[in-house]
Ligand binder design. Structure first.
Ligand code: APR
Length: 269
């Protein structure tokens, strides 16, 4: 199910980071500390995380046995076509996920990444729409595929609201009177944060890939922005096909145990 590479619409070119604009706020970007203050001398550790990162918090991944895409038709609940055809089905799907998220807690892996900010300039680029990295205390989190706890206007994409509780229902409107939709990047939609993500990966001294099957582009393609020769660690209990034949140091463990091993490795080095 869903093993082919699914594509969100890739954006070409890379632009430099500027002050926070409306749409950067819309992109859910926590402004990285650009070379100032305590981070300047720290190695830049960039993390690309996926659904496996939150598995130990009880949230399902998409493509594992019994994963979300076995239960739901991805085109029905995660595409504009699905939204147009049956918005109530889409709203129900994300309401269910939001209810689960409100009961979930950051796991050991999330906590280790937050703690590693003591020794590294940690930048997290996540495909996850949950807020468990932030809940664990990570200070620089870029969401590529949106945020579950936010809603967006269907009339003006710059109008983004925090969702109180787990319900986003039909009839909930933005200040301009348009229906609100989940602030999620659906298949076939652009990934506004991809340039910032590419810049972050291109500046990495160490790249850590954790809990993603690297099946979905352009996120999976970010690995190609890593500078040649930097160490790339891949943490996953299962085998993951790495694009572009890039060599990685595999830690074939779950996120919690794998990140504990990596932290020990990097801080004892
Ligand atoms: N720790 C680490 N990794 C794990 C764990 C765990 N405890 N459990 C499972 N995994 C791994 C799986 O082996 C798999 O490689 O997590 C990966 C999850 O892969 P996917 O389900 O494909 O999720 P992801 O790569 O994040 O999907 C990318 O696809 O459906 C879209 O928008 C959605 O952001 C998502 C994107």
């Amino acid at each position: 199910m869903c093993s082919q590479n699914l594509i969100f619409t890739p954006l070409s070119g890379v632009d430099s980071l500027g002050p926070l604009q409306g749409d950067e706020k819309a992109r859910g970007f926590v402004k990285p500390n650009k070379g100032g203050g305590k981070n300047r001398d720290m190695q830049k550790l960039v993390v690309l995380s996926g659904a496996g990162m939150s598995r130990e918090s009880g949230l399902k991944t998409f493509r594992e046995m019994g994963g979300l895409w076995e239960e739901y038709d991805v085109q029905e609940v995660a595409s504009m076509e699905g939204w147009i055809k049956d918005p109530l089905l889409v709203l129900r799907f994300y309401n269910e996920r939001r209810k689960q998220l409100l009961e979930a807690k950051p796991n050991r892996g999330h906590e280790i990444l937050a703690a590693m900010e003591k020794d590294f300039d940690v930048k997290i680029v996540t495909q996850n729409v949950d807020n468990l990295h932030e809940k664990a205390g990570s200070s620089s989190v870029l969401h590529l595929h949106g945020e579950l706890m936010k809603a967006r206007s269907t009339g003006d994409p710059n109008l983004i609201y925090d969702i109180e509780g787990w319900e986003l229902n039909e009839g909930m409107l933005c200040e301009k009177g348009f229906q609100l939709r989940p602030h999620i990047v659906w298949f076939g939609e652009a990934v506004p944060a991809i340039e910032e993500a590419a810049v972050l990966v291109s500046e990495a001294d160490i790249l850590v890939i954790v809990g993603t099957s690297l099946n979905v582009y352009p996120a999976a393609g970010l690995i190609a922005y890593a500078q040649q020769g930097i160490p790339i660690y891949l943490i996953d209990p299962n085998e993951v096909r790495v694009p572009y034949g890039l060599s990685v140091k595999e830690i074939r463990k779950e996120a919690g145990a794998g990140l504990a091993e990596l932290q020990k490795l990097l801080t004892s080095a």
